[in-house]
Design a protein around this ligand. Structure first.
Ligand SMILES: [Fe+2]
Length: 637
């Protein structure tokens, strides 16, 4: 990774020279060297940067004066509910063009003019295309051609009559935008010139949320392994403490936290989080229910009389550590996707199907005790409003069962801030929003590793983004944590972290597997008889044999029903599974694979695990078909 960063800095410097000379020579046209074109293509391939993200790297051109008929309005002038669709109507267009588009801007006073001198700031996100330059990130955008009649002017209106005949006609279009209550008001801006060379034509009326203080997006986590306490975390525009009411009349006040633009990390050039991607997160409330029974259903509400109340929600506590069984879902790299046809920064196309499948599973009473999301959580990466969309997306699952997380590169990494990898993948978040939204039972801030027990499983959950080398804090912690597991109480030891030790997809430029990490930590997994290691980061599903140092120590045999069965009665080595297939565009497998790789499938989905005292059964669910793509079990007699 060190060599990558040196190369990266060299490219940045080259760009700085190129861009400085380009912007001083002309404001409306620019020279783009082949180096930039080629590296842009490279980065789009590696990090799935959308055309929309590149929009923010463009210089605004001068717009011709809009015609006097042009208008952009919303279907309703009333205020916005907590979640819904806003119809935007553009009319009075004399000559419809493919380049006409609408951006949703929030807050409404944001500066969407040109910022040519910010150019160099944005290169460090990994996007090496030409300069930004809307001064503030548009939450989402749609071309007017999304309305199928627009370019052919199906919706006509006569604007000028001469002697009873129409001599000037205009065209119109309607677009639908999905909006969640992210508290700040919004406006819609009509641009011409496409995403590449936008200019502003007209701005809509402003719309506000009916209740920007509304408590929203509750999600649960455990604070220990007893199954008797549950933390609820939610978001509100109100800073005053609120109440969590549960059980039969119990109530506990929330602790309130937030983060500011000053808490975001940055370098030169500035990060998106510190600059054009910033959005006020409101206030994050958290409160802990106590005195619960494990594996039991309760109801809760949260809020206050002044800010508003949530509806009544059912939750299920997980089984206590040391009890006979647990059922959980697990995956990595889910993110979010728009529910409208908009372009957005960093879309993870599988996330909607995966959350829908899991929500169906939970609401159908399919005995889900908890969920584990192993890094690359929202992919907001410095565009903070996207956390609100992500939290809204997971609420149908995360408000009902504990949603336990591990940190990934897209939450934490940033050069010079203590992350193992010096890439700018968090966009300047440096784990601050992640740790505020997802309060796990960790020992301290920016030490996001922990263990927890549910049923017959001990989970050791690490950060691959923080120092894991010998004698580091985290290494010592994982050594002690795994050595302390009482296997008569929790017979199964599952290890989770974001970056895998084994993957057949290993890029040349950006490596999926860090051999230094494997060398440092894999011996601990073997020494402590880890049964199963679950990883994300690579966007597909891959299962290994019982493997150590790339050699199969044991192969599964066919058990009852023909299911692959690893017998750990005589333990040999951990089974590894990459499960980063929950949302991000899928990674294809190469045509050949090493012997340790037994199953390779790239379909959107998640794994469903059922652990008893005798068997650990894993099923890979295809989120679109709901069929099982793979099943295996690890047994011990
Ligand atoms: Fe990742």
């Amino acid at each position: 990774m060190a060599s990558f960063y040196s190369l990266y800095k060299t490219i940045l410097f080259t760009l700085f020279v190129l861009l400085t000379s380009a912007s001083s020579s002309s404001s409306s046209t620019y020279y783009l060297s082949n180096i930039v074109v080629n590296s842009t293509a490279e980065f789009i391939n590696h990090t799935a940067i959308s055309e929309f993200r590149i929009l923010n790297r463009r210089v605004l051109a001068k717009c011709p004066d809009p015609n006097p008929y042009l208008s952009i309005t919303t279907a309703s002038n009333s205020s916005l509910s907590d979640e819904g669709f806003v119809t935007v109507h553009v009319s009075g267009v004399l000559l419809p063009s493919k380049g006409d588009w609408v951006g949703m801007i929030s807050p409404s006073y944001s500066d969407v003019s040109s910022c040519p001198f910010n150019a160099i700031q944005y290169q460090q996100t990994g996007d090496l295309s030409q300069l930004p330059l809307l001064c503030h990130y548009p939450v989402k955008a749609q071309y007017l051609s999304k309305d199928p009649g627009y370019l052919r002017c199906k919706k006509k209106e006569c604007k000028k009559y001469v002697k009873g005949s129409c001599v000037e006609r205009s065209c119109s279009a309607s677009l639908s935008f999905h909006v969640v209550n992210f508290r700040t008001d919004i406006e819609f801006v009509l641009f011409a010139g496409g995403f590449a060379t936008p200019c502003i034509l007209k701005t809509s009326n402003k719309l506000s949320f009916t209740n920007p203080k509304q408590p929203l997006h509750a999600h649960l986590s455990t604070i220990d392994s007893t199954g008797t306490s549950m933390r609820v975390t939610w978001v509100s525009g109100d800073r005053a403490p609120q109440q969590l009411q549960y059980g039969n009349g119990k109530s506990v006040p929330s602790k309130v936290s937030t983060f500011t633009q000053n808490d975001m990390c940055s370098a030169f050039p500035k990060s998106p989080a510190k600059d054009f991607g910033w959005h006020d997160p409101g206030f994050i409330h958290s409160a802990v229910m106590t005195g619960l029974n494990p594996s039991t259903t309760y109801s809760y509400t949260y809020g206050s009389d002044s800010a508003g109340w949530s509806g009544k929600i059912n939750l299920k506590t997980p089984p206590a550590g040391g009890s006979d069984e647990v059922r959980f879902l697990a995956y990595g790299d889910m993110g979010k996707a728009p529910r409208d046809p908009s372009a957005e920064h960093y879309i993870q196309p599988g996330s909607l199907a995966v959350t829908k499948a899991m929500a169906d599973e939970i609401s159908s009473g399919n005995n889900v005790d908890s969920i584990f999301h192993i890094g690359d959580i929202s992919y907001a990466t410095g565009f903070l409003v996207e956390w609100d969309y992500f939290l809204q997306l997971i609420t149908p699952v995360a408000s009902h069962v504990s949603y336990m997380t591990a940190i990934g590169n897209h939450e934490r990494d940033y050069v010079g801030t203590g992350s193992v990898y010096g890439t700018p993948d968090s966009g300047g978040e440096c784990g601050v929003p992640y740790e505020t939204y997802f309060q796990m039972p960790t020992a301290a801030k920016d030490k996001p590793w922990y263990s927890t027990e549910q049923g017959s499983v001990h989970f050791t959950i690490i950060s691959t983004e923080h120092n894991w080398s010998h004698n580091s804090d985290q290494y010592e912690w994982m050594r002690k944590d795994m050595a302390s597991v009482d296997r008569s109480r929790t017979p199964w030891l599952i290890f989770m972290g974001h970056r895998p030790m084994y993957s057949s997809v290993n890029g040349v430029f950006l490596k999926s597997v860090d051999e230094d990490f494997v060398k440092a930590v894999e011996p601990l997994l073997l020494a402590n008889k880890v049964d199963l290691a679950l990883w994300g980061h690579v966007h597909n599903y891959e299962r290994s044999c019982a493997v150590y140092q790339k050699e199969c120590k044991a192969l599964p045999t066919k058990g009852a029903g023909g299911i692959d069965t690893y017998d750990n009665t005589n333990y040999t080595a951990p089974v590894h599974a990459v499960i980063g297939m929950a949302g991000f565009s899928l990674d294809k497998f190469p045509s050949d694979a090493d012997k340790w790789s037994l199953v390779r499938i790239a379909e959107f989905g998640y794994v469903r695990v059922h652990a008893t005292t005798k068997a650990l059964r894993i099923e890979y669910v295809n989120a679109n078909t709901r069929k099982l793509e793979d099943s295996f079990q690890i047994t011990r007699s």
